[in-house]
Write a protein that binds this ligand. Structure first.
Ligand SMILES: Cc1ncc(COP(=O)(O)O)c(C=O)c1O
Length: 373
């Protein structure tokens, strides 16, 4: 029950064990074509989508390496670990203008506007900050970037397909996701959508040889459709099958199911008097793909998560400065109501054993109400 890699359905795992095919063959081209088409629906975009072999970070790297030259400015917004990663990448390739907020607190839109007034080629932001369980205002910042004629790069790695994410409507030029999140594929692929507006402003030559979006777009436009270098072929088999599954469920149904499941986790936390970690406001709601909660007083991270793990339920801890302070439950992909209830029940069991639970059963009760089971 961690926020990625998530559980993978048996039919997706089985798809990976098919015999290898050439990545320059018509068979591979047909798989890649279908994935690209379905990913457009998944991203809610008319833009082209390419699939890169590498984890989600390769997509973040590719976007900045291909767009921002050494002397060019990029505004990087952060309120958690992954926003900070954008700042590090921005500093590596260009001139980063970081706008940092305390982890888990909402972005102040005025500060972003003020930074944009000083001129920047691009803005990079994480939509769903997995480290703190908070969703950032992509629509509002998308409007600002259009007004200031900057390219808008959004890390939707733990968001797309789980939270509402409207690539085109929100003016997102480059959107990125990773295979191990809402798509419920094993880790190892990054999916990146690219607007023609951003393509027109790509550098003549990307600073990265491997993570070169121009090269990926060029190969994806060949017949048969292909990738510039040998891709992780079994992961493409898995991606195709996982997209079929998501399409069968319906992309919108998957998002609303995910929202309901996160709502169930939040209701259980409330019933058990466990405090949610992030601060929210009208532009920054709680994440529907990961719920970050404060570890209750008097119990250690080790005993809480270790105790749950002994019962067979794995949840995540806090990262870096939040280590030992929060724990996180993921609700992405093919997670079931049973998975949610078992997780809450196990949490209750561990808290009860530690003498930290006066109202045993209240969490499961609250979660089942939201789930309608
Ligand atoms: C929001 C966000 N961005 C970036 C990453 C990094 O992705 P990866 O570990 O696949 O490179 C993650 C991974 O958890 C994430 O949640």
């Amino acid at each position: 029950m961690i926020p990625g890699p998530v559980k993978v359905a048996p039919r997706v795992l089985r798809a990976m064990s098919k015999p290898m095919i050439s990545h320059r063959s018509a068979e591979f081209g047909a798989i890649y074509d279908e994935c690209r088409d379905l990913l457009k629906e998944f991203f809610e975009t008319e833009n082209e989508v390419v699939v890169m072999t590498g984890s989600g970070t390769v997509g973040m790297d590719a976007a900045i390496a291909g767009l921002v030259g050494r002397e060019e400015k990029i505004v990087t917004i952060s309120n958690g670990k992954f926003g900070e990663r954008f700042t590090e990448i921005g500093e590596r390739y260009g001139k980063a203008m970081p706008i940092a907020f305390d982890w888990g607190t909402p972005i102040n839109l005025d500060r972003v506007e003020a930074a944009l007034e000083t001129g920047a080629k691009a803005v990079a932001m994480v939509h769903n900050e997995t480290s703190v369980g908070l969703t950032n205002p992509a629509k509002e910042i998308g409007n600002m970037t259009r007004k200031h004629d900057a390219i808008f790069i959004v890390d939707g790695i733990s968001s797309i397909g789980g939270n509402q994410f409207k690539t085109d409507e929100w003016g997102i030029d480059i959107a990125i996701t990773g295979s191990q999140k809402a798509l419920a594929v094993p880790p190892g692929l990054a999916m990146v959508s690219v607007s023609s507006r951003s393509e027109a402003r790509f550098l003549e030559r990307s600073a990265s040889y491997y993570a070169d979006l121009k090269a990926h777009l060029k190969s994806a436009r060949k017949q048969p459709t292909q990738t510039p270098y040998t891709p992780a072929v079994p992961l493409f088999f898995a991606l195709q099958e996982a997209l079929h599954m998501a399409k069968e469920e319906g992309f919108e149904s998957r998002r609303s199911r995910t929202a309901m499941q996160a709502g169930a986790v939040r209701a259980a936390a409330d019933a058990l008097d466990i405090k949610l970690f992030p601060q929210i406001n009208e532009f920054s709601p709680y994440s529907n793909t990961v719920t970050a909660m404060k570890i209750p007083e008097g119990i250690s991270d080790d005993r809480l998560r270790g105790g749950m793990k002994k019962q067979g339920v794995v949840v995540s801890g806090g990262q870096e400065k939040l280590k030992g302070k929060i724990f996180r439950i993921g609700t992405m992909g093919v997670c079931s109501s049973g998975d949610i209830l078992r997780t809450i029940q196990t949490l209750e069991l561990v808290l009860a054993k530690e003498g930290k639970l006066p109202n045993r059963g209240a969490g499961v009760e609250a979660a089942s109400k939201v789930l309608g089971v």
